[in-house]
Design a protein around this ligand. Sequence first.
Ligand SMILES: CCCCCC/C=C\CCCCCCCC(=O)SCCNC(=O)CCNC(=O)[C@H](O)C(C)(C)COP(=O)(O)OP(=O)(O)OC[C@H]1O[C@@H](n2cnc3c(N)ncnc32)[C@H](O)[C@@H]1OP(=O)(O)O
Length: 229
Amino acid sequence: MLRTCAKRLRTLGSPLGQPGAQRRSFSSEKFIHKDYALPNPSWSKDLRLLFDQFMKKCEDGSWKRLPSYRQNFPEKIQEFQTLYLDSSLAKGEQHAQQFPRSLDVGLGFEYVMFCNDVERKVLCFLQVGPHLQGTPGFVHGGAIATMIDSTTGMCAFRAGGIVMTANLNINFRSPIPLCSVVVVDSQLDKVEGRKVFVSCNVRSVDKKTLHSEATGLFIKLDPDKSLKK
Ligand SMILES: CCCCCC/C=C\CCCCCCCC(=O)SCCNC(=O)CCNC(=O)[C@H](O)C(C)(C)COP(=O)(O)OP(=O)(O)OC[C@H]1O[C@@H](n2cnc3c(N)ncnc32)[C@H](O)[C@@H]1OP(=O)(O)O
C-alpha cells in the first residue's frame, strides 16, 4: 500500500521529503481559494470510484458535494468575528488555514464530503496520506479524530449553523492502514435547543471492517456570548 502511495505522489512532482513545491504556490489567491474536494493525481482508484459514484447520486439533487478550501472566504471570517469574537482574537486570521487542508497534496488528508439534507447525513471519503502515521504502518488516532470532528461538525453545521464541538467520544476498534481509503459516515441524531447530537462510524470501503465509532455534541454559538481566549 505504501509503495503504491509513494508512486502516485511522485507523479505529483512533490516527492516525499520535498514538499516545498506545493507550498511555494500556496501564497497565490488561486491556490487559497482552490476547491480541494476534487480529484487530483494522488487520489487512489478507490477514492476516485467513490467520488464518481456519489457525483452520479448528485444528479437528482438528493446528495450534494461540499466544496472545500484551505481558507474561509474573507467575508465569512468577518461575519464570524463580528458575531462571536472579541476584537483581540482577530489577529493572524489572514494566515490561518483549515487544519485538514494544511498539509501538502497527497501527504495528509485527501477527502471529499457529500451531504444529504433529507437523510441528515454527511459522508466523508478519506484517503489517509503517509504523513499521518501513528503506530508504524497505521494512521495516528489524532488524525482519525480530526476527520471525525470535521465530518460530524459539518453534519451539525448543516443542521444548526455555526457550532463548536463540546464533546467528542471515540472508540477506536480496528487500526486504519496508512494510505488506505475509508468512509466516515455521520448522522444527525437530534437537536435540543442549542445542542446538536451527531453519531458517526468509520469503515473500510468494502464495509467489512469497522475502524471507529463516535458520538459528538455540538453547541450552536450564542451571538450574545463572545468567545474568550
Ligand atoms: C468562519 C466561519 C465559517 C464556519 C463554517 C463552518 C463550516 C463547517 C464546519 C466544519 C466543522 C469543523 C469542526 C471542527 C470544530 C471544532 O473542532 S471546534 C474546536 C473545539 N471546541 C472548542 O474549542 C469548544 C470549547 N468550548 C466552548 O467554547 C464552549 O464550552 C461552548 C461554545 C462549546 C459552549 O459554551 P456556551 O455557548 O457558553 O454554552 P453553555 O451555556 O456552556 O452550554 C450550553 C448547553 O450545552 C451543555 N454543554 C456544554 N458543553 C457540554 C459538554 N462538554 N458536555 C455536555 N453538555 C455540554 C450545557 O450544559 C448547556 O446545557 P443546558 O442548556 O444547561 O441544558
